[in-house]
Design a protein around this ligand. Structure first.
Ligand code: HEC
Ligand code: HEC
Length: 290
């Protein structure tokens, strides 16, 4: 009799223990997810324009933003920045003037809950001595001819990117590039340095590109911090020499493109014919014999 009770008792304890551990792990997962999601989201969708305590990029430094505006206003702002600007809200208009006309757009998947979580994150990070979003500390040293050259090699793919990301030339071109130029999927980057407002803005952009096409790729294979400065140097130089657009490269590109299309058509045609005959001939033969 007592044996049975003790056995029951042990199973009871085991049972309670396993529930406790599950609860513990669930809590652990929940807390780490809730702490991680906004931070990842901020890094991928906000950090290219905002630091927390690292000064202005395209957008204002968000340190202590909750002391400048109410929580309600800030949540509504992240949900529909363009709408609030259009409504003529004086605070938003002032911000935009300070941003020299740059406009914030609604980030993908933004909701009230996510916005509140991001603002909690910004508040918490504002209290730290140095936030993880103080911005990458890209060196202020003068850019040398070697940096430009190193950047050019990285851009052209002559040097592989450290983390195996695809080289820029696959999707981008710059005006100084002769021959075919680079890819046309992305923008012509001749004026990117000017457009993204210099070293700080362009660096932040490259560390976590907010581009719909680049983000998923470079999130996995990030541009290394040591590669950012040479790429910035290269693109700064492109903006400064500001060569006119290389029309021959564009025409060459189109001609090669058309040539390629014709070759492909011919190949397809040959293959198709062969396949067609391949199917038809035996059928014809068969009908002959029967
Ligand atoms: C393309 C650049 C860009 C991105 C990306 C961006 N913002 Fe902004 N943000 C701005 C600019 C510029 C302003 C100033 C108002 C304006 O000109 O639209 C601003 C203003 C703000 C403000 C008000 C700042 C103040 O001083 O009162 C908050 C808060 C804010 N952004 C949060 C975010 C959050 C959160 C994200 C990510 C979900 C984000 N922003 C993504 C450019 C950006
Ligand atoms: C798979 C194609 C692809 C690759 C590879 C790629 N980009 Fe891009 N990039 C794009 C596209 C497309 C855009 C246009 C913006 C968008 O998608 O919203 C862009 C935009 C940019 C911009 C912003 C330009 C502007 O003025 O707003 C910069 C800067 C940039 N890329 C730099 C680079 C650099 C440097 C590399 C190499 C390390 C690179 N990109 C590799 C596709 C690519």
């Amino acid at each position: 009799m007592p044996k049975v009770t003790s056995k029951k008792c042990i199973t009871g304890i085991n049972w309670a223990a396993s529930i406790l551990t599950s609860v513990f792990f669930l809590l652990l997962i929940c807390t780490s997810v809730s702490a991680q999601v906004p931070a990842d989201y901020f890094k991928q969708n906000c950090a290219s324009c905002h630091t927390i305590g690292g000064g202005r990029l395209t957008g204002p430094d968000l340190k202590n933003v909750s002391e400048r505006q109410s929580r309600d206003w800030l949540v509504n702002w992240t949900l529909d920045p363009e709408g609030i600007l259009k409504s003529g809200d004086p605070y938003a208009v002032k911000l935009q003037k300070e941003a020299r006309g740059a406009v914030m757009t609604r980030s993908p998947g933004m909701t009230r809950v996510l916005s509140a979580a991001l603002l909690d994150l910004i508040d918490a990070e504002s209290k730290l001595e140095k936030s993880q979003f103080a911005g990458t500390q890209i060196s202020d040293r003068p850019l040398l001819a070697e940096d430009i050259e190193e950047g050019r090699m990285l851009f052209m793919g002559a040097t592989r990117l450290k983390n195996n990301g695809p080289s820029c030339i696959g999707c981008h071109t710059v005006n100084s590039m002769k021959g075919l130029g680079g890819g046309r999927l992305g923008l012509n980057l001749t004026r990117a340095y000017a457009r993204l407002e210099g070293r700080k803005g362009l660096s932040a952009w490259l560390v976590s590109p907010p581009s719909l096409m680049m983000n998923p790729i470079f999130k996995k294979y990030p541009i290394d911090e040591e590669e950012v400065l040479p790429l910035v140097a290269f693109l700064k130089n492109e903006t400064e020499i500001d060569e006119p657009e290389n029309k021959t490269a564009m025409i060459n590109f189109l001609l090669y493109g058309m040539g390629g299309a014709v070759v492909l058509l011919v190949i397809f045609d040959l293959l198709w014919n062969k396949r067609f005959r391949g199917v038809r001939q035996p059928m014809v033969k068969e009908s002959y014999h029967s």
